[in-house]
Write a protein that binds this ligand. Sequence first.
Ligand code: HEC
Ligand code: HEC
Ligand code: HEC
Length: 105
Amino acid sequence: MRKVICLIVATLFISSVAALAVPANKTLEFDKSPMGAVQFDGTVHKNAGLKCKDCHNSEMFPKMKQGTVKITMDEIYARKLCGVCHNGQRAFSAKDNCARCHVKK
Ligand code: HEC
Ligand code: HEC
Ligand code: HEC
């Protein structure tokens, strides 16, 4: 019986950690652009050493919920939202790398 309880507790613990780590192990798809859908891979960003608050702050993506911020290229080129990093300094530049974000299906 003890073993079973341990197992249940362990499973609950692991699943709550996994839920917290969203989107670290999750990919969000932004599919509103005519250029093709953008896959935002949480793991790639976590592995690049980024912390939640690097993106989830009042200037960028305050809410941990998809669809709360409208993302436009004007803002990205102006070094806002994804463009805070995707400007050729912290990460590849948006201007020259459309296809690294937008994938036509
Ligand atoms: C590189 C930027 C970035 C980092 C780092 C990041 N996130 Fe996010 N996260 C986003 C964006 C962008 C969205 C979508 C926001 C929107 O559409 O308004 C999002 C959405 C989410 C969502 C909602 C997912 C859904 O299905 O609606 C959760 C939960 C979340 N993030 C948690 C986290 C946690 C926890 C961390 C740290 C481990 C983290 N994020 C790190 C950019 C990031
Ligand atoms: C806080 C900095 C930061 C923000 C904000 C950020 N990224 Fe990134 N992103 C990175 C870094 C660092 C890498 C990995 C290094 C590189 O490829 O230049 C990366 C890599 C990527 C990749 C390449 C994935 C692969 O498979 O090679 C894509 C696509 C991407 N980001 C899309 C986005 C999108 C879309 C947003 C906005 C919703 C965003 N990023 C916001 C820092 C950021
Ligand atoms: C760092 C990732 C990234 C790169 C690189 C990128 N985009 Fe985007 N783009 C996005 C995201 C995220 C959206 C929002 C999509 C959505 O809301 O579904 C978007 C939206 C768009 C839109 C529709 C909204 C608007 O602002 O007009 C167009 C058109 C577009 N991108 C064209 C381009 C072109 C052309 C390039 C290359 C010169 C490019 N994008 C490079 C991430 C990127």
